[in-house]
Write a protein that binds this ligand. Structure first.
Ligand SMILES: [Zn+2]
Ligand SMILES: [Zn+2]
Length: 269
């Protein structure tokens, strides 16, 4: 099985390890490619994003590691962009397009920080109506695609990160299903791969990856593409449970997956 991880975080943002320690671990684990995807600068996300100054240092360090380890592993310098960021990301090898907040009057409800923050935000801004909050979240994903033109669609159903443990809403509710199907119908027209992301599994929030099984089946049925990512915040979790994803993807109806070279080829066209 080809091991690659294009969704990784380091000490430049909210990861535990330095880029070089991540590279060494990736080589040890036999990865063909490691891509770094530090969180793009967000004014309201300074606790987990790269500062503007750190973004420059990150870019330089990843490029020097590319050179240093070029005989052992392919290293890519990407970024995890965010719908609500205003930074220029054109210098990066690839862009993951993500949404981590629901925009509301007077600010943002962060959906993936802690269950308490998410719950309090939905209580305050949506009168506790999680379905309206989820609808707003899924509506923002095609907007992210149009504005950011990413190469990979990040953690499609991030809004459900805490749901397995906290039961905030019913994922079989018609309003929830309608909201994600509508987002998928539009996202599928772009032909960009969705990541199957095991980041919430390695951090013990979910037993399955993003996107949830019915969504994956829907993507497969409509000819969508996938790529395996770890959303790795600690080196020991590189390609976390990726060996299980091949079967999971096959069961959902996929016959192939994308790799780093597919992303770069498409970008260079
Ligand atoms: Zn993310
Ligand atoms: Zn991430």
């Amino acid at each position: 099985m080809i091991l690659e991880d294009l969704h990784t975080h380091t000490t430049y943002c909210d990861g535990n390890d330095t880029p070089e320690d991540m590279v060494k671990e990736a080589i040890k684990k036999g990865l063909l490619t490691i891509g770094f995807s530090g969180h793009v600068y967000l004014r309201h996300g300074e606790d987990y994003c790269m500062s503007r100054e750190n973004t420059k240092k990150y870019f330089e360090e990843i490029h020097s590691l590319k050179e240093k380890y070029k005989d052992q592993i392919t290293i890519l310098c990407g970024i995890e962009d965010d719908l609500y960021s205003v930074e220029d990301t054109s210098m990066f090898d690839y862009v993951i397009g993500s949404v981590h907040d629901i925009r509301v009057d007077g600010g943002y409800v962060t959906i993936d920080n802690t269950p308490e923050i998410f719950e309090q935000g939905v209580k305050k801004h949506f009168d506790g109506d999680f379905y309206t909050a989820c609808e707003k979240y899924f509506e923002s994903l095609p907007e992210c695609m149009r504005q950011k033109k990413p190469d990979i669609i990040g953690h499609f159903d991030l809004v459900s990160k805490f749901n397995e443990k906290c039961n905030f809403f019913d994922e079989n509710h018609p309003r929830y299903i309608k909201a994600w199907q509508k987002a998928l119908d539009e996202l599928l027209t772009f032909g960009i791969p969705f990541e199957i992301n095991t980041g919430a599994m390695s951090r013990q929030w979910r037993t399955g990856p993003y996107p949830a099984k019915p969504m994956l089946e829907y993507i497969a049925k409509h000819g969508g593409k996938i790529i395996f990512n770890g959303d790795t915040h600690a080196k020991e979790n590189l390609c976390y449970k990726h060996e299980e994803l091949e079967k999971l993807a096959k069961d959902a109806g996929f016959t192939k997956r994308c790799y780093a070279y597919d992303i770069l080829n498409r970008k260079n066209k």
